[in-house]
Design a protein around this ligand. Structure first.
Ligand code: FMC
Length: 271
């Protein structure tokens, strides 16, 4: 269960795990970026835009469905990694387990300066989200890891601060909000109260997992989320998600391109 609301704000503030602190590497220009993207529909427009090619011998264990696209864009080494199609069911391997494994393996193999988890999300209109909005998450936490034992409750919530990018936010017209992550597309009433406790504007199935691995391995992460469906609206989520996926993927790709253009030539501390 999420901690009671009144305490949780206070406790969470104290327990937020901050984004990686500055290091000497922060002063040299960003060189290698890994985009972690859960769905092929989200990734392919960006693969084409940056003219990336598929790695036929990716640095992943043999037999996994994970895909890596790579290439140079401006002065950057760009990678897009996707968890690929479930080997039995043939659908995109969305969710926290595959995205954290993929993020771990990609950091180990590609040693990026920066991770960008780009994907779609549900948005809360009560918190100012509309279809097609693109958000940069300031924080990410889980809403379906309920462990009602002191301190384990906070471990379950797993609040992480994303890498702060004040200059990028000033320059680009993106919204900022907190992200809540869980392994379901729908929202049960129990999840809803945890999402409210997380103060989330957007809800997805990967962000907090990617943030966990990025924090573990001390590689900064930006979480970029485009709204495909309104969670507190009246349309069924799955229907609205599928209806808007292609158009919103285009908005996501546009924002991702602007971000990459902004990053080019800059160091982490300038973002
Ligand atoms: N709730 C949770 N996830 C999503 C969502 C919603 N309302 N809309 N879009 C998503 C994202 C998830 O992160 C998955 O990658 C995919 O789209 C849905 O399976």
């Amino acid at each position: 269960m999420a901690p009671p609301e009144d305490q949780s704000e206070q406790v969470k503030d104290e327990s937020t795990i901050a984004a990686s602190s500055p290091s000497p590497a922060d002063d040299r220009p960003v060189s290698t970026i890994v985009f972690v993207i859960a769905m092929q529909t989200e990734a392919l427009p960006l693969v084409n835009k940056f003219q990336l090619v598929e790695d036929v011998d990716p640095p992943f264990p043999k037999g996994v469905p994970w895909v890596r696209y790579y290439g140079n864009y401006k002065d950057l080494k760009l990678n897009i990694v996707c968890p690929g199609k479930d080997t039995v069911l043939g659908v995109d391997s969305v969710g926290t387990i595959s995205s954290s494994l993929l993020t771990y393996a990609s950091i180990q193999a590609l040693k990026p300066d920066l991770i960008i988890n780009a994907g779609t999300a549900g948005g809360f209109k009560a918190k100012g989200a509309s279809i097609g909005d693109v958000f940069i998450a300031s924080h990410a936490a889980f809403h379906d890891r309920r462990i009602p034992i002191p301190v384990f409750d906070l471990y379950g919530v797993g609040l992480r601060q994303a890498f702060p990018t004040p200059n990028l936010l000033k320059e680009l017209n993106l919204k900022v909000g907190k992200l809540s992550t869980g392994d379901s597309l729908d929202m049960s009433p129990v999840d809803e109260s945890s999402i409210t406790a997380n103060d989330a504007t957007v809800k997805d199935m990967e962000g907090a997992a990617v943030a966990y691995v990025s924090d573990l391995l001390k590689v900064p992460a930006i979480l970029l989320k485009a709204v495909t469906d309104i969670v507190d609206g009246d349309k069924p989520t799955a229907e609205e998600f599928l209806q808007n996926l292609a158009a919103v993927a285009a908005a996501l790709d546009e924002a991702a391109t602007q971000i990459v253009d902004f990053i080019s030539g800059k160091s982490l501390s300038e973002l």
